[in-house]
Design a protein around this ligand. Structure first.
Ligand code: XMP
Length: 323
């Protein structure tokens, strides 16, 4: 019968058998699935696993530290952090088209990740043969169910590497639904901030700035987002909402009045939604006092923001993210 304990025991045995004395790599995104998959594989094969975290500079406040410190402390995992903020910001400079941003972020991500893989192989040798992925049951069904290998073309000339590296996949969450993954993560002792995390898009805050992305705008949005998250958590609303994107309208300015004078600042959009699966969503009817608190704090505490607006659009027609 199904218990998280059984699932963990069973997967550990399978992973040990599959990997043998070879080595594995796992990319961490900060999200639940990759974290639980990595923790499970770490439990099975210990230091034969190396995790890679690409810091693209588009994460929310505190999220990179959660991976670097809390996740490592909870699991003892061997972690390689690649600080690629400058590279991503340079590639994104002046780009405001949403699809263009997504393409750039995706492309840079693969390049940086592959380079990290190549470095790990250069350090640890050709026995690096496995790639861990946090594929869930719904992903398996959606993609038609195949298992397999990942073909990674090496763009970087690291001594003695074959042109094409073929990894076998380890997918320890293939039979699980999201809530089961959370239970497994909890059982493995992962921090609540990771296990209970709401969905967050891969391109991160890059697609929550309407307009071009730069460090200053990211820092501003990080502050506003942190305030909204803090107040939603304080109000006990984390489980009631699916997620609440906070969006900076960087290309819009409006007139305001603050202290002793006129301001000309940017609006912040709150986009709280309720959903079962993100395919459809409704805007969340948050209590007015919570909205008021968020609005007051953001306009008081975040320089250059003089207006907070609420998105009351369901999906469809609006998507959850603004870009
Ligand atoms: P939309 O905006 O399409 O979002 O209604 C649906 C859900 O998907 C998330 N999302 C992404 N997740 N990479 C991701 O991993 C992406 O590029 C991406 N874009 C959107 C979004 O946060 C919401 O939960």
């Amino acid at each position: 019968d199904w218990t998280t304990g059984n699932v963990i025991e069973e997967q550990i045995a399978l992973i040990r058998e599959q990997v043998g004395d070879k080595r594995a790599i796992c990319g961490l995104s900060g999200g639940v699935d990759s974290a639980v998959a990595a923790a499970l594989v770490q439990k099975a094969i210990g230091t034969q696993l190396t995790c890679v975290y690409v810091d693209h500079g588009l994460m929310r406040k505190g999220e990179t530290e959660q991976v670097e410190k809390d996740f490592v402390a909870a699991t003892g995992v061997q972690l390689k952090v690649v600080d690629a903020e400058e590279r991503f910001l340079t590639a994104l400079k002046g780009v405001s088209d949403p699809e263009e941003k997504r393409k750039i972020i995706g492309r840079e991500f693969i390049r940086v990740f592959e380079q990290a893989q190549a470095e790990i192989i250069a350090d640890e040798g050709p026995e690096v043969a496995f790639l861990v992925q946090g594929t869930l049951y719904p992903d398996v069904v959606e993609s038609g169910g195949g298992t397999g290998t990942a073909n990674i073309k090496s763009h970087h000339n690291v001594g003695g590497l074959p042109e094409d590296l073929e990894f076998q996949l380890i997918e320890p969450l293939r039979q699980l639904f999201k809530d089961e993954v959370r239970m497994v993560g909890q059982e493995l002792g992962l921090p609540d901030e990771i296990v209970q995390r709401q969905p967050f898009p891969g391109p991160g805050l890059g697609i929550r700035i309407v307009g071009a992305v730069d460090k200053e705008r990211l820092d501003l949005l990080r502050e506003a987002d942190a305030i909204a998250r803090e107040e939603l958590t304080a109000a006990g609303l984390d489980r009631d909402i699916w997620q609440c994107p906070v969006v900076l309208l960087a290309d819009v300015r409006s007139v305001g009045v603050q202290g002793d004078g006129r301001t000309y600042g940017h609006p912040i959009v709150l986009r709280p939604v309720s959903s079962e699966d993100a395919m459809t969503a409704d805007w969340s009817r948050l209590p007015y006092d919570v909205l008021a608190k968020i609005s007051t704090r953001i306009t008081n505490e975040v320089a250059d923001v003089n207006r907070v607006v609420l998105d009351v659009t369901s999906k469809p027609p609006g998507t959850i993210e603004w870009e």
